[in-house]
Design a protein around this ligand. Structure first.
Ligand code: SF4
Ligand code: ZN
Length: 380
């Protein structure tokens, strides 16, 4: 078949396997080495690789005081390699080190036929094999739109803008529904390094100051987000899943555009090829940047339409939905001037006020619309 991303990584890793430069024994024990760790270059046996990878994840969790005993942790899971390894590791480490966590799987179904439905099948098998309860939220229920419909309405250029904003909010709503204290995501070292580079190139100081943190608090009653795999190399996650024979879905999203994070990703991969430690160094450099604490950060409030945390009167998801529902999806993602963005928000608030005696739509009711009819519907 057409090799997918994981196959490419396995082929690349086999090409760099210990047989090419024979090592007689594993770096840590007497056994024959079976792989060379992409992160450190050490030739190791399979068991010592598992041990090192798990110990490093445990260290990330403990050193950043990620969790407290008794907490409920929602694991943002998609059926892909990162979140499947994350769920397996959290369950293993929770039992091994008595974290005392109540672990749940939380999935978001964006409504992408031929991609997410297949990956959710893999996730359902993980639910059974790990024995962790799974809850699935859908864009269709939360927003009234599937991503397939969004792409049909808005085209292929800005699909990830819609999807990213919707997913972030959907995960928070899902974690809130599960009454989770923390939301753990499968972001790996490659993802974090890419985000650091992107924020640096954009000059986005606010995001740069927190994107490399293991734990981020959004405030507004939302659960803190945690990245237990933030120092785990993507290549090692693939190796771990491969040797542990974990069941995951390995195809890329049908709508993943070539330019998605493309430049930052290419730069980070080039740097890793030249010097594998570069990934870690980018993350560690970002962790050490100190920002003026008196710098003005946007104040958090709640969206007047849906109640979600927002620094604007209307949250980004509501603005995007307004564009979709009014047949102007491109307007909502376009680089509109601050002035016209304000005008759009003002119009939405006025419309909402005019309609507040009626229901704002079924999707609104489910998202906690504050319109009186929706409130009544929610109570009944
Ligand atoms: Fe959504 Fe874009 Fe990711 Fe596909 S690639 S799941 S459209 S964010
Ligand atoms: Zn909103």
């Amino acid at each position: 078949h057409q090799p997918h991303q994981s196959c490419h990584l396995i082929l690349e890793l086999q090409a760099a396997s210990p047989q090419r430069q024979p090592q007689r024994r594993c770096r840590f024990c007497e056994k024959k080495p079976q792989l060379r760790r992409p992160k450190t270059g050490h030739a190791v046996c399979r068991d010592c690789f598992f041990w090192a990878f798990e110990a490093e994840t445990h260290d990330t969790i403990v050193s950043s005081r990620m969790f407290s005993p008794g907490e409920r942790v929602a694991i943002g899971a998609s059926g892909g390699k990162d979140s499947t390894v994350l769920a397996y590791l959290l369950k293993t480490l929770n039992e091994r080190h008595n974290y005392g966590l109540d672990l749940r799987l939380l999935a978001i179904d964006e409504g992408i036929a031929g991609y997410r439905d297949d990956s959710l099948d893999a996730l359902r098998r993980t639910e059974v094999s790990l024995g962790l309860p799974l809850t699935i939220f859908t864009y269709r229920d939360l927003y009234g739109w599937t991503m397939d419909e969004v792409v049909r309405a808005a085209g292929r250029r800005s699909n990830c803008t819609f999807c990213g904003v919707f997913r972030r909010q959907a995960l928070d709503r899902g974690a809130g529904h599960l009454k989770a204290d923390k939301l753990a995501t499968g972001h790996n070292a490659d993802d974090v390094a890419e985000t650091v580079v992107m924020n640096l190139l954009r000059g986005d100081a606010a995001r740069l100051s927190r994107c490399a943190d293991g734990v981020t608090h959004t405030g507004g009653g939302l659960p803190a987000r945690c990245k237990p795999l933030k120092y785990a190399y993507e290549k090692e996650i693939v190796l771990y899943a491969y040797f542990k024979r974990l069941d995951y879905f390995a195809t890329e999203c049908l709508y993943a555009p070539a330019a998605y994070r493309g430049h930052a990703r290419a730069l980070v991969k080039d740097l890793e090829r030249a010097r594998p430690a570069a990934l870690l160094h980018i993350i560690q450099a970002a962790e050490q940047i100190r920002f003026r604490t008196d710098a003005r950060m946007p104040e958090l409030d709640t969206c007047r339409l849906c109640g979600y945390v927002s620094s604007q009167p209307v949250c980004k998801a509501c603005v995007l939905l307004d564009g979709l529902n009014s047949g102007n999806p491109r307007l909502a993602v376009g680089k509109s001037s601050a002035c016209s963005a304000k005008q759009q928000q003002q119009r939405m608030l006025t419309d909402a006020g005019r309609n507040s005696a009626q229901c704002c739509g079924s999707a609104g009711a489910r998202r906690g619309c504050s319109g009186s009819a929706c409130a009544a519907a929610a109570d009944s």
